[in-house]
Design a protein around this ligand. Structure first.
Ligand SMILES: CC(C)(COP(=O)(O)OP(=O)(O)OC[C@H]1O[C@@H](n2cnc3c(N)ncnc32)[C@H](O)[C@@H]1OP(=O)(O)O)[C@@H](O)C(=O)NCCC(=O)NCCS
Length: 153
């Protein structure tokens, strides 16, 4: 009898060659997605850009900037078909581990007040709200504020 081994997702550095798949997910899950140029700029700037693949399928990704003892999570995304299966939490843990490994003592991120899924995820990890950035995000009607959340690493 042979055992069925379930493959685990793998973290890998994002490259230009990932961007078509990244853009397909990005366009499907955000009302105002990042552009290909935003990802290209992040790659060229040397930010921590990582993909999360399950059996070669792109399931999620994140972009993290670490500077001056602080990590800033700029993008955290899970493909719609794979949401609510633990990937977002796993990716957040990886981002926190990378930030810590590069000397960050805190991690910061922005989230839309209307993004209940992301807020619930961050709350579960113990993030707390420290500021509001008025009109930070484009919205269907005008602009939406950003909540700034932080967690000590
Ligand atoms: C936010 C996001 C990354 C979460 O990824 P995910 O893989 O679905 O999250 P997980 O399965 O790891 O969820 C972990 C916990 O977060 C909370 N959570 C996640 N999605 C939720 C939802 N839709 N409603 C309520 N709580 C939710 C729950 O507490 C969940 O634990 P549970 O499933 O045991 O209840 C994902 O929904 C996503 O990519 N959304 C679109 C992009 C986005 O908004 N990114 C964040 C920008 S700040």
């Amino acid at each position: 009898m042979s055992a069925v081994l379930k493959d685990a997702p793998r973290l890998a550095r994002m490259e230009d060659g990932d961007l078509t798949e990244v853009m397909a997910i990005e366009g499907a899950i955000y009302s105002h997605p990042w552009t290909r140029g935003n990802f290209g700029d992040s790659l060229r700037a040397g930010y921590q850009c990582w993909t999360w693949r399950l059996n070669h399928e792109l399931v999620g990704y994140f972009v993290l900037m670490v500077a001056a003892g602080e990590g800033h999570l700029l993008n955290l995304s899970v493909a719609a078909a794979h949401q609510r299966a633990g990937h977002g939490g796993a990716l957040l843990k990886e981002a926190m581990r990378l930030a810590r490994g590069r000397g960050a003592q805190h991690i910061f991120l922005e989230v839309r007040p209307s993004n209940l899924a992301a807020k619930a995820l961050y709350e579960r990890f113990g993030f707390r709200e420290v500021a509001t950035r008025p009109g930070y995000y484009p919205a269907h009607a005008g602009r939406e504020d950003a909540l700034v959340l932080t967690l000590a690493l």
